[in-house]
Design a protein. Structure first.
Length: 306
């Protein structure tokens, strides 16, 4: 077994693990609550043919349960996962399993690479520890990116949801029925907000009150605009005011905010273009425009000195 074969095998394993992790976090998006009822993690007694995603989740859950931190998941990790859209009971164990698996794999890869180069035991340990810590922290950074992207998707879906809620309320539907119809209408275009509204509907049908269901909606998601909408719904329900005009006004306010943010981003473009123009485009322009003149001046000076 040559050194080149070991390096190629380690590189292939690293690429395979990276593809699995990226595919799990970015390709396999969180399903809506209504569609997730048929998942193998939705509850006991459900028989369904396991997919590749389910097998990967099972393996990572077993790895996470093998460590003490994975079995006693912290509330902070669960809140982070809920904000990213992962609501199953075993989600923290899966997260810790991915972190431990990535740390062990990168630590072994770094240690083997340092050993093949003939380094000392201290260098091997330092390389293994550094790469292991890097592999342990990568899933947290990926999860933070997923939380921000999901929050942005919820923010973009709010005006359409408010318009549908206003139409349902003005047509004579109750708040719960209008929320259910809005969730069904947004299932294809905005599945994240559809899942949240459907969960609020399910909680209100269960033993929880409507105010408590709205508060849970604001606690699960880290979106300021959604929190404002929840506060508006709570105040309207508490004081008995009409909800439809308030929702219409709030939808108009959100669209104004979107327009202002777009204008602000457009005005920042000119400032952000200063650095690429100055360091990348301007030297090329100077080279093209002044290059021939410099060459001609050099030739004339050489002929003059002769």
């Amino acid at each position: 077994m040559t050194v080149e074969f070991i390096v190629l095998a380690a590189f292939f394993g690293f690429v395979a693990l990276a593809v699995l992790v990226v595919g799990y976090f970015f390709v396999m998006r969180a399903k809506p609550e209504a569609a997730a009822a048929g998942s193998i993690f939705a509850g006991p007694g459900l028989v369904q043919e396991p997919t590749l995603q389910d097998s990967f989740v099972h393996i990572m859950r077993r790895v996470g349960q093998a460590f003490p931190t994975g079995t006693t998941s912290t509330p902070a990790a669960r809140r982070q996962l809920e904000a990213a859209g992962f609501r199953w009971e075993a989600a923290p164990q899966v997260l810790f399993g991915i972190k431990y698996a990535g740390a062990l794999f990168l630590a072994g890869l770094g240690g083997s690479a340092a050993t093949q180069t003939g380094q000392g035991i201290s260098t091997v340990l330092v390389g293994a520890l550094c790469l292991g810590g890097f592999g342990f922290l990568i899933p947290d950074r990926v999860l933070e990116v997923m939380v921000r992207r999901r929050s942005e998707r919820l923010r973009r879906a709010l005006p359409a949801a408010l318009d549908l809620l206003v139409l349902g309320l003005e047509a004579g539907q109750s708040v719960d029925q209008a929320m259910l119809e809005t969730s069904r209408s947004l299932r294809k275009m905005h599945p994240d907000l559809s899942a949240e509204l459907y969960r609020v509907h399910l909680e209100s049908r269960a033993s929880k009150s409507r105010l408590e269901a709205f508060r849970h909606l604001a606690q699960r998601n880290r979106q300021p605009d959604l929190t404002k909408l929840v506060n508006l719904m709570i105040d309207s329900d508490r004081f008995g005011t009409s909800i439809a005009p308030a929702l219409r006004t709030h939808a108009r306010y959100l669209r104004t905010r979107f327009r202002q943010r777009a204008q602000e981003a457009a005005r920042k473009v000119s400032v952000k273009l200063i650095f690429p123009v100055f360091f990348l485009i301007l030297p090329s322009v100077l080279l093209v425009t002044l290059g021939p003149a410099v060459l001609q001046m050099k030739q004339q000076l050489e002929s003059f000195l002769r």
